[in-house]
Ligand binder design. Structure first.
Ligand SMILES: N[C@@H](CCC(=O)N[C@@H](CS)C(=O)NCC(=O)O)C(=O)O
Length: 222
């Protein structure tokens, strides 16, 4: 089976799939496109015009949640808990975490009022996640599962923003999430899920959006 993931270098949804392909040792090729200016061949095969899209031989699989479940289906070891209720619970939290990307988008692009509203929305969600997180390294304990890959792009972007600013979005108040974030971001499979220098691109993106967050950048360090 030949897998080709069509991605965009800053896409957090694609990053979830890349992390799982990495952790599951599944061979794949990656092709980057700009979904805002997609090539004709992509338009011809993508029903939604969005990335990620996974080409599996001559078939296409799209929607990141479907792609990540497909990765689980072709894995030799499961990336979900065995217990069906726990598995469903993990999927619920994955869906919940996906709404955080909307908050992050508003945080990066919005004026001060939008920024504050989005920060409150994001931190309310993080607070809920903190209450259900156990003491294990990852969400379910020692094993790195799909839910951890779902949160990784959020943790990574928060870490970048905190590095670029004077900790404008520090999650230190959430001790379990902070430890979970540190453990997740330290994994080589997570580190290698983005191309080198993408943090600089994210910084430029924040700058270019000229939202409230751009006024919080600590420029001299970069
Ligand atoms: N629900 C989709 C969302 C994917 C998504 O928003 N992709 C963005 C890039 S990160 C995209 O392709 N945007 C271009 C567009 O919406 O036209 C998924 O989970 O795969």
């Amino acid at each position: 089976m030949k897998l080709e993931l069509i991605s965009f270098k800053l896409c957090p949804f694609a990053q979830r799939a890349i992390i799982l392909l990495n952790t599951q040792n599944i061979d794949f090729e990656i092709t980057y496109i700009n979904p805002m200016d997609p090539p004709d061949w992509f338009k011809a095969i993508s029903p939604t015009g969005q990335v990620p899209l996974l080409k599996v031989d001559d078939q296409v699989v799209f929607e990141s949640s479907v792609i990540t479940e497909f990765i689980n289906d072709i894995s030799t070891t499961s990336i979900h808990p065995d217990d069906v209720v726990q598995k469903a619970n993990n999927r619920s939290w994955i869906a919940f975490s996906s709404t955080m990307f909307d908050d992050l988008f508003s945080l990066v692009t919005g004026d001060e009022e939008k920024f504050n509203t989005a920060k409150t929305a994001l931190f309310d969600k993080l607070a809920k996640l903190e209450t259900v997180k156990n003491q294990g390294t990852f969400f379910n304990g020692d094993a790195f599962n799909m839910i951890d890959a779902a949160l990784a792009p959020i943790f990574m972007r928060l870490a970048w923003i905190n590095e670029f600013t004077d900790n404008a979005l520090s999650i230190a108040e959430f001790s379990k999430l902070s430890a979970w974030s540190d453990a997740t971001l330290a994994l080589p499979e997570v580190e290698s899920s983005v191309v080198e220098g993408i943090d600089d691109v994210y910084y430029s993106n924040i700058e270019g959006r000229e939202g409230h967050l751009s006024t919080l950048l600590v420029e001299e360090e970069y």
